[in-house]
Design a protein around this ligand. Structure first.
Ligand SMILES: Cc1cc2nc3c(=O)[nH]c(=O)nc-3n(C[C@H](O)[C@H](O)[C@H](O)COP(=O)(O)OP(=O)(O)OC[C@H]3O[C@@H](n4cnc5c(N)ncnc54)[C@H](O)[C@@H]3O)c2cc1C
Length: 598
């Protein structure tokens, strides 16, 4: 079985030494009393739940999967899942970062973010059941009527009811404008929904008393395309005026998908057979509400891959210290043994450090992003709220696509450390690879994320938001530009920061003449932008570590941080040169290929 130790020390480093989150939190009335001890204590307990309750269910849940009784449409989750969920809600974990007005504990989002990272490490598929609820909660909290909020949010906060997001249909995934599910007004403020949704995560299960589906559908007079899509709440069980559960609604699971990974999360085909729903927000403006959910989910998906990268790294590291094969090229290291542990081999170290650097860089970025989300919603200064929202919009596709691609690279590298033992099931490594694979696909494929970054977030405003991030890089360069000890970290981001402006305008100019140029460059562009962001955080982490070492702090944690920063800049960051070159290679080599693809 895989092992997992919650990375509490690194979380504390990111929150308290790198980002100084308590000062930022205390500036917001909602968190005026927050302190580091409270945050650390909550995460220590959260780590125990992940490691002691969820981890032991990960491999067995994968093997057992979910079962459907096709006559009753009931779905049963694997052995132990229901008890773990009960423990989760009984301990109050569901309510951690929810609004106290609806029974939540009101803790900062960054705490929930770290808690979810640990649950994802322990068991991504289980974690998706409560995870989807958070997105549905956020959409209703922002766009629901007072009555809808009163009806649903308390039970979703407590975790007694879970949520889903129902967008995808058999003929439409990326292109939601093709949607066919219909919503007919009933004249009493409700609608009857008819249609078929597929691939709905946590769409049916036995963990909670009710499931609150957030469903996209078209009204009879809706304009064609995405501008004619509206958002509805469709509960599995109707809710009576006193809050008790009423009749079974006409929404049910028609089948479960058999799939490559996250096997213990029910991926449901959902049939809407005259199901009763209520409208959320304005008619034909459904994407506004759904985007609240999708943006939360995109950060959540990046967090899924962060969790898997971390747990894969921990297991590969332990194995590499234990497994003996061959001698070090420089001569025997473990002279008392017939061979050296494989950690002596340079390439094994490279694989391990790749995962470590991507995990720790990802943690810094996601905690920073969680703080931006917090400021966007809760900061008293409107200018800060606006600025935070804009920066978060820029970083969201990077959090989703860069972290999940890095998760793919990292889980594969860690599996490789195990040799053939990684490919067989016994050690749990192949499951991390399989589970991570969906993260690159759902919530908008990584290609779509890269088009969102380059097309919508960067080129549409002539790089204005990108320049906001550039300012952060510029400030760090100005602060540390003359510090020789920081040169190896500052010089690469200073150079890339300068190159980025020209690189972006070059693609923008070519894209103006031929839109395929943007499509051809976008994925490479996101890799470059992702490294600029990671480079910035790695330089800042190196800065903190160097200061601690200079002050005589003997904690080896800081030496480890510095070594990982050096590895990142030497071995991973240079990918930017290749990605810029391939982006510049343009669209012709892709589009003038009809014979090759005939
Ligand atoms: C396990 C699982 C869980 C899921 N959970 C949910 C859920 O809870 N709720 C939900 O609504 N959906 C869910 N989905 C659906 C998921 O979000 C979609 O699969 C995804 O958005 C892609 O849609 P698609 O599969 O139809 O692929 P398509 O849209 O058909 O795309 C196929 C390929 O074409 C590419 N492509 C499409 N358009 C463009 C373009 N304009 N430019 C460049 N490339 C393009 C895509 O990137 C992709 O590589 C889930 C899917 C799976 C497999």
């Amino acid at each position: 079985m895989a092992v997992y130790t919650p990375p509490l020390r690194d979380m504390q480093f990111v929150m308290h030494e790198l980002l100084n989150v308590t000062a930022d939190l205390q500036a917001m009335p909602a968190h005026a009393d927050m302190d580091a001890d409270t945050i650390n204590a909550v995460l220590e307990e959260g780590g125990k739940f992940a490691a002691e309750v969820l981890l032991p269910l990960n491999i067995s849940g994968d093997a057992e999967g979910c079962q459907i009784d096709i006559t009753t449409h009931a779905v049963t989750t694997p052995t132990g899942y229901k008890a773990a969920y009960k423990q989760y809600i009984d301990s109050g974990w569901a309510a951690l970062a929810c609004d106290p007005a609806f029974g939540g504990q009101g803790l900062p989002l960054v705490v929930n973010q770290c808690f979810y990272e640990m649950m994802n490490s322990a068991n991504q598929a289980w974690t998706m059941y409560p995870g989807l609820t958070h997105g549905a909660y956020a959409a209703l909290h922002t766009h629901g009527t007072p009555e809808q909020k009163a009806t649903y949010l308390h039970k979703m906060t407590s975790g007694e009811w879970t949520g889903t997001m129902c967008l995808t249909e058999p003929h439409c995934g990326t292109d939601l404008g093709l949607m066919r599910t219909k919503a007919e007004p009933q004249g009493d403020g409700t609608y009857k929904l008819t249609g078929n949704k597929i691939f709905i995560s946590a769409g049916e299960h036995d963990l909670a008393d009710n499931i609150i589906h957030l469903v996209l559908a078209r009204l009879p007079d809706a304009p064609p395309g995405i501008k004619g899509v509206s958002l509805f709440i469709v509960p599995k069980f109707m809710v009576n005026a006193d809050g008790s559960l009423g009749a079974r609604n006409g929404i049910y699971c028609g089948g479960l998908e058999h799939k490559m990974g996250i096997k213990s999360n029910a991926t449901a085909q959902i049939v809407l057979d005259g199901a009763v729903g209520t409208l959320v927000g304005q008619p034909n403006k459904g994407m506004q509400g759904m985007f609240v959910m999708m943006n939360a989910a995109r950060l959540g998906v990046g967090n899924q891959s962060l969790g898997l990268t971390e747990v894969a790294f921990q297991n590969a590291l332990a194995y590499a210290k234990d497994r003996i094969q061959m001698r070090a090229l420089t001569g025997p290291k473990a002279k008392d043994k017939p061979a050296d542990p494989i950690i002596v081999h340079p390439d094994v170290r490279k694989m391990l450090l790749t995962a470590k650097a991507y995990a720790e860089g990802g943690r810094a970025l996601l905690c920073f992003s969680a703080m931006l989300l917090e400021k966007e919603h809760n900061h008293p200064d409107e200018a800060v709220r606006k600025e935070s929202g804009e920066l978060l919009a820029l970083l969201t596709p990077i959090c989703k696509a860069f972290l999940t691609d890095n998760g793919h690279i990292s889980t594969n590298a860690c599996m490789q450390v195990f040799g053939g033992h990684g490919f067989i099931k016994e050690w749990g490594m192949e499951q991390f690879v399989r589970d991570n694979r969906i993260n690159m696909i759902y919530e908008g494929t990584n290609t779509i994320q890269s088009l969102d970054l380059l097309g919508r977030k960067v080129l549409s405003n002539n790089g204005a938001t990108l320049k906001k991030f550039g300012k952060l890089v510029g400030a760090l360069v100005a602060e540390e530009g003359v510090n020789e000890k920081m040169a190896e970290f500052i010089t690469p981001i200073a150079i890339l920061g300068e190159q980025m402006t020209k690189f972006t305008s070059e693609i923008g100019f070519k894209g103006f003449q031929n839109p395929d140029e943007v499509g051809a460059a976008a994925v490479d562009y996101l890799r470059v932008a992702g490294h600029l962001v990671f480079g910035y955080f790695w330089a800042r982490m190196a800065q903190v570590a160097l200061k601690q070492i200079a002050a005589g702090n003997p904690d080896p944690f800081y030496v480890a941080k510095l070594q990982t920063a050096r590895f990142y800049f030497a071995k991973l960051f240079p990918e930017t040169a290749t990605a810029m070159r391939t982006a510049r290679a343009g669209s012709k080599v892709l589009m003038d290929t009809d014979a090759a693809l005939a």
